[in-house]
Ligand binder design. Structure first.
Ligand SMILES: [Zn+2]
Ligand SMILES: [Zn+2]
Length: 261
């Protein structure tokens, strides 16, 4: 299953980056001040990073498990932790070809995720770093979920908890560990590819909040206030941030529908 460059993928990502650039420049264009320009520069830097990533991850290949197209692949890195959207199996790049990830794979970083539902309690007695039987645990906590992460005598725990798209996700370096937890509790296993953070639904609330805050900027600028331009800039800047959240979230979901090859 050799990798090929996808023009559709790259075109979409560049269009998506342009939409984000538009949002980044919005506060500075509407209410120019040092505050809005600083903010715009910060937001633009984020977009530049994404444009670089769009070129790096513009490759696709047929999934060796189900034949469906796997996107967001790169020729330069091994892509361990990337997941097929269709059959949910893990894949990786080996010598320019896409192969199924062996079940005993231990990644350099926490690449294999499990979407938690509340606290899972005691975790499988498997080292989250290498997949061998665990001998001890270390506490880890985020967003109200605290866990005792199992690891072995030879390894520190290579795991992290993070909240993304409203769900808490436990990511580990060992595929065996992630799979054991997922199977035991009937939890979804998620990958760590560039498009794996898609929200469950379009964040319309962010779009509305962004528009409202930008509108507030226009209201402020009409008042008899000292430094009203700066205040309006702060409102529009906050608006740009939530609007960006909308563009990013919606972009993930539209990408899934539009980019198929
Ligand atoms: Zn597949
Ligand atoms: Zn270990």
């Amino acid at each position: 299953m050799s990798l090929r460059r996808s023009t559709t993928s790259l075109t979409y990502d560049l269009a998506w980056a342009s939409a984000r650039l538009g949002v980044a420049f919005l506060p500075a264009i509407l209410f120019p001040s040092w505050i809005t320009w600083t903010l715009t520069v910060l937001l633009v830097l984020g977009v530049v990073f994404l444009i670089v990533a769009a070129f790096a991850y513009a490759y696709v290949a047929a999934c060796p498990g189900c034949g469906g197209t796997v996107q967001g692949l790169s020729l330069k890195i091994d892509c361990v932790g990337h997941q097929c959207d269709h059959c949910k199996r893990f894949v990786e790049v080996d010598g320019g070809r896409l192969v199924l990830t062996p079940p005993d794979r231990a990644s350099d970083v926490p690449s294999f995720g499990v979407l938690l539902r509340g606290s899972p309690g005691e975790l499988p007695a498997i080292c989250c770093t290498c997949g061998a039987p665990s001998t001890r645990t270390r506490a880890l906590a985020v967003a109200g979920v605290s866990l005792d992460i199992p690891h072995c005598d030879s390894h520190d725990p290579s795991a992290r908890l993070r909240k993304t798209a409203g769900r808490v996700r436990l990511e580990a370096a060992s595929l065996r560990f992630a799979q054991a937890l997922g199977e035991r509790d009937g939890l979804d296993i998620v990958g760590s590819g560039p498009y794996s953070d898609a929200p469950a639904r379009v964040p319309w609330i962010s779009a509305l909040a962004g528009i409202a805050l930008t509108g507030l900027g226009f209201v402020i600028v009409r008042q008899e206030l000292p430094s009203k331009q700066l205040l309006a800039g702060v409102a529009a800047g906050a608006g740009a941030f939530v609007l960006m959240h909308f563009v990013v979230g919606a972009g993930f979901l539209v990408r899934r529908r539009l980019v198929r090859d």
